[in-house]
Design a protein around this ligand. Sequence first.
Ligand SMILES: [Zn+2]
Length: 532
Amino acid sequence: MAGTLMTGATIWAGPTCEPQPGWLLVTGDSITAVGGQDTPPPPASTMIDLAGCHILPGFVDTHLHTTVVGWQTLGIDGAAWTDLPQALAAIGAAAAADPQAPWLLCWNARPFRWPQRRLPTAAELDAVAPGRQILVSGVDVHRGAVSTQAMRTLGLTTLRAQAGDVTRDRRGRPTGEIWEQAYGEALARALADAPGSLEDLTRRALDRCLALGITHAHEAYVAPQQHELMLRLAAPAAPRLSWAVGAGSGLLSPAPGPAGAPDGPYGAGSREAKLFLDGGDRCAVCLPARALGRLTLQAVRETVAARHPGPLRDALRRRSAVRGRELHLQYLRYAGIDLTRLLAGYLEAGIRPRLHALGNLAVRQAAEALRAAGAGPGAAVIDHLVLLDPATVDLVAASGAWATYQPGFLTTFGPQIVDGGTDRFLTVLGGRQLLDAGVPLTLASDHPAGPLDPLGNLRHAVHRTIQPAQALTRVEAVRALTTTAAASIGAPGAGGLTAGEPADLAICDGDPFTPATRVTQTWVAGVPRQGP
Ligand SMILES: [Zn+2]
């Protein structure tokens, strides 16, 4: 009998992903049988002994940015910078080393961990690299800093961006610090001028996904003009690839509506549109009014600990307002009525909206607008939901939307949230709370904002130090990264390791929740794509 029989492994079987010792038969591109220890395996032409190994459904990362990862190989990585002077020294050295680069691109800066709590100003960038076009990107890919020459190219001195997207000094001149839409447009412009083939660079990022067991990568945003490129990248189907299409002018610009969306399908998924309801560092949060004193005190403490006014200065410049018994940190990009209209248009056209909502105020707006737009169960996705309260979670459950959750953010942004004191008032990355309310939960990386490593992200979802009561069980976490994830984007694999499903497998050399365990083989549609 034809086929490949895998024996001796623990198999995370079926749509519920319950681990059991047994065997699995692959014929052609599909799984044709799965059995436990008590069932004799069928004959097969090829046998693979996987004693001690675990076979999981291939990982479906429902939110990542392989195109951005591709570009990040051009430029320098600022992830390890610990303060502003160090960043400036590195930027100066990189500019001197590559005098011809049209743009000097710096990635992954984490100013929230620096005592200064801010990115360089244009004047500081000009001082270390005179006359150069420079873009420094924060790790969240929502904020950046540009040099004076870059501001001229971008027309930033005259740009009319959303209030607060361009930081200005007392005399109204841009300082070089840019946020959200202004940042997204700067990034799009810098990348349009960058050398190198985005296709080749992105292909390399997809190969890395494959090596880590990701059999389906869902790009959370591309511009409509990148749709053809994505179709070419999706053609080899290793890994499977799908994407959301957003605004043409930049990642964080307002969505154009269904008329601006290319015809489908979008690779291995159905049509999807990306909308940003709030920002990254600037998100829309609602806290009890009593939080104001506590958060200010926390900023003062941090300022003392850092021996630098940065933390307090950063806290004071957030736009906040007390409304009744609530403190609102305001950053909503849409008026509710406009959002409802936009969502209704997408839903009518059969396009699934994917709504970026990081703070609870944005999540509330997402859930209410989806309901008002008449979205049915599973018709939309809400991304991130980093800060939540119980009433908002109930609204999400009632909206019928899928939620994507990034446990990797617990390491990237968790310390920042705890240092700021918000975790005393709100749930931080509340996976447990969402699942318990009946929200279908998917687990994603949002790489490069979070770590790509899917096994690491599974472990963060299960073993967490920040609000440990929000932990998922192992089976819940695996389901969120595999079967539920596939269902959320209309992709193959929702049935998991079951006869009749595509043979997309992540084979690990041990228990996936043991830190030393690695993915050793990744199979896509019955073909081993990586490993021995
Ligand atoms: Zn993202």
